[in-house]
Design a protein around this ligand. Structure first.
Ligand code: RB5
Length: 146
């Protein structure tokens, strides 16, 4: 699986640690920045990660800002993106099982690196359940179409 990752200055250390962890696990990682810890506008990075998903170049994405919220708000404006801001394990797993989320958004100022990495593992290792949840995801997509 190919995974896109990006962050703003609120998630720089987390992003680098997560990218390293995913590479060590054998995943191909597309690092969409930032590459030095300076202040940037999180929507600019969110769009880069979304483009990787929408173009089909990457299957999943990880976005880290201070809270995870700004990144999720920006990413969810992109058609075809289902971005989930999570701060604990259960949500990181169930947003894959039930929502077929394609981007996990994390808060570098909310959770520690260790927790973030465990949540990323759950996110990339969990498959969508489909069935009744597919119907619901289809209804989310229909909102975008209308
Ligand atoms: C940047 O200071 C901060 O606002 C950003 O990282 C994020 O938390 C926004 O939602």
């Amino acid at each position: 699986m190919k995974i896109a990752i990006g962050c703003d200055h609120g998630g720089f250390d987390h992003k680098n640690a997560i990218a390293e962890h995913l590479k060590n696990r054998g995943f191909e990682v597309v690092d969409c920045g930032i590459y030095e810890n300076k202040s940037v506008d999180y929507p600019d990075i969110a769009v880069k990660v979304c483009e990787q998903i929408i173009s089909g170049q990457c299957e999943r994405g990880i976005l880290v800002c201070g809270t995870g919220i700004g990144m999720s708000l920006a990413a969810n404006k992109v058609k075809g993106i289902r971005a989930a801001a999570c701060s604990e394990h259960f949500s990181a797993k169930y947003t894959r099982l039930h929502n077929d989320s394609n981007i996990l958004c994390l808060g570098g100022r909310v959770i520690g690196v260790g927790t973030a990495i465990e949540m990323v593992d759950l996110f990339v290792d969990t498959e969508f359940e489909g069935g009744r949840h597919q119907t619901r995801v289809d209804k989310i997509t229909a909102i975008e179409e209308n």
